[in-house]
Structures are given as C-alpha cells and as structure tokens.
Design a protein around this ligand. Structure first.
Ligand SMILES: NC(=O)c1ccc[n+]([C@@H]2O[C@H](COP(=O)([O-])OP(=O)(O)OC[C@H]3O[C@@H](n4cnc5c(N)ncnc54)[C@H](OP(=O)(O)O)[C@@H]3O)[C@@H](O)[C@H]2O)c1
Length: 288
C-alpha cells in the first residue's frame, strides 16, 4: 500500500468510492503513476481499496468538505439523487480551488429540456448547470442504465435469483445497458488526460436490447429461467416516496418513451476499446 506520494502527484477525490462507478474508477486511478487517490465515503473506517486514502465525505456534512477537498486537482462527483443536489454540488465546487477539474456523473436526463421546470423534470439539467457555472474545468457524463442493476440487491438481484423475474416497466422500448466499469474508464481519462474539458459525453453500452431479450440473457447466465414482467410504473416505484419516487417514475416514463435506447460510441472513442456487452458483463457476474 502506498504511504507517501511525490510532490508532483496529482490528487483526485472520488466521491462515492464504494459505489458502482466510484470503486472501479478508484482502482484505475491507483494503477496510474503519480496519482494520489482519496476515496470519499461516509464511513472511512471500513476497509477500502488498496492504495486509496479513505476520506470522510458526506453530502449531509458540509463542514467536512474543506478537509476532503484540500489540495485536490480533480474531483469525481457522483450526483446525490436528492432535491437539493444542484445547491449542494454548487456549494462543494465553490470550496475548491479554481484550477480543480470536475467530472460529474449525471445521467441521460441531464440533456432533457426542462431546466426551468420545478421538480424532477428540471432537476438533472439544473445539477449539470451548477457544474457548468462553477468556473471550474468540467466534463459531464450522461450514462444510461447500468448493467450492475442486475447484481445489486438495491435493484433487481433478488428478484432475478429469487422469483426468476425482471419486473421492469419498459413497454416495447429498448435499453442500451452500460457496464459501470466502462463509465469509470471514461471518467479516469476525463480526470487525468487533456482534451475532455467542456465535453458532455452520452454513454451507452454497445447494443440496445428489449427487456425480453435482456431476460433471455439473464436466464442463460444465471442458468435458471428469468422472465421479464412489464409492470406499471406505480408498481415499479412502490416502496419509495417523495422526490426519490417522483424521480424514479420520471426515469421509467423516459424508458418507455425510448429515451435509453440510443447507442453511442463514446466508450470506444474515449478509451480506445468498445463498451462491454451485456453477455460479457453477465458471464463475469454469474461465474461462480
Ligand atoms: N444505477 C443506474 O442504472 C444509474 C444510471 C445512470 C445514472 N445513475 C446515477 O449514478 C449515481 C449513483 O447511483 P447508484 O444508485 O448506482 O449508487 P452507487 O454508485 O452504487 O453508490 C453511491 C455511493 O454514494 C455513497 N453515498 C450514499 N449516501 C451518501 C451521502 N449522503 N453522502 C456521500 N456519499 C453518499 C455511498 O457510499 P458510502 O456508503 O461509502 O458513503 C454509495 O457507495 C446516481 O446519481 C444515479 O442517478 C445511475
């Protein structure tokens, strides 16, 4: 484990370092020469990634931001999905030195018109605007749905492995699932390499799949039948409330309208190899 860094090291703060993109991003960054990585987490006492400095960071505790961001050259901001995210992110960036590079994890909704509307419809564009207006060098990442939702117990893992179903309100729409590790690889380049400032990257996987086809691939990987159930949006968001519920409902409306079907070549363009397929992701994820 690295215990000291040279004076010339680039310091990067990765918020959400235990998350789906934060963890693979931190692994990529520590593998680069001369990069000092701070891993932002609400609980820095838990074991982390080798070579990453666990760093207390919570959106609920702005008093800790100065210490977490002190001397950093670049920051990866995982957007907190809460109503006050535009204000929180604006306040965080205002604390950082003007030379700091910012890479924001947004989502496809960031590009939807409606920044002047209150509530979830205008929320993602307002978060992005807080970054663009921060006076820092910025890159914005707009990925679609992560493949990792199939293996995360907060999303669909337990329904897939338990009842053998994927309850997802898609209508006939397609989804171009993206491996979060590929988003991390794009983020790594944006944080460390020149040429990404002022770019907004639409990021998708390499193919758009129907939900029945997705369930077929899940069945093959999990060696058990998995069927798609096209539930209502109300069913899909049951159990959540307030802003979180409204945001999820809006996301599913946009899924149904085909808003997550676009396939882009951003991953290949930025990192020089194609984005991983769902089959590849599932083969790795379900290999025992
Ligand atoms: N899931 C998708 O398909 C998808 C698609 C497109 C965009 N996105 C966006 O990606 C982002 C991440 O979403 P995710 O649900 O997949 O989460 P995730 O990356 O798996 O986890 C996010 C991390 O946030 C940290 N966290 C939680 N509450 C926090 C707080 N109050 N202060 C600081 N850190 C906190 C947690 O780490 P600690 O417990 O260590 O603090 C957690 O590891 C969201 O903005 C989401 O909208 C997700």
């Amino acid at each position: 484990m690295r215990t000291s860094t040279s004076a010339a090291a680039i310091r990067v703060l990765v918020t959400g370092v235990r998350g789906k993109t934060g963890a693979p991003l931190a692994e990529l960054l520590v593998a680069r020469q001369g990069v000092e990585v701070r891993g932002g987490t609400r609980d820095p006492s838990r074991p982390g990634i080798n070579g990453v400095q666990p760093t207390a960071f919570s959106w609920d505790e702005p008093s800790g931001w100065a210490a977490a961001t002190d001397g950093v050259d670049a920051v990866y901001v995982v957007r907190p999905d809460r109503a006050d995210a535009p204000e929180l992110i604006g306040a965080l960036l205002a604390e950082m030195a003007p030379r700091t590079k910012v890479v924001l994890l947004s989502d496809k909704d960031g590009g939807h018109p409606g920044a002047d509307q209150p509530g979830p419809a205008g929320w993602a564009p307002r978060v992005e605007r807080a970054v663009r207006d921060s006076g820092r060098q910025w890159t914005i990442l707009r990925p679609g749905w992560f493949m990792q939702v199939f293996t995360d117990p907060r999303f669909y893992r337990d329904q897939i492995t338990g009842a053998g179903e994927l309850p997802f309100p898609s209508g006939d729409a397609l989804v171009a699932w993206i491996d979060a590790r590929d988003i991390a690889a794009v983020a790594e380049r944006a944080l460390l390499d020149p040429g990404h400032a002022g770019q907004t990257y639409q990021i998708s996987g390499p193919e758009a799949l129907s939900l029945p086809r997705t369930a077929e691939l899940l069945s093959a990987a999990a060696s058990r039948p998995v069927t798609h159930r096209d539930v209502t949006i109300d069913e899909a968001v049951a159990g959540s409330e307030g802003f979180e519920r409204d945001l999820s409902a809006l996301t599913f409306e946009r899924v149904r309208a085909g808003g997550f079907a676009e396939v882009t070549d951003t991953v290949e363009h930025v990192i020089g190899r194609p984005a991983r397929t769902l089959q590849t992701f599932l083969r790795d994820a379900f290999r025992s």
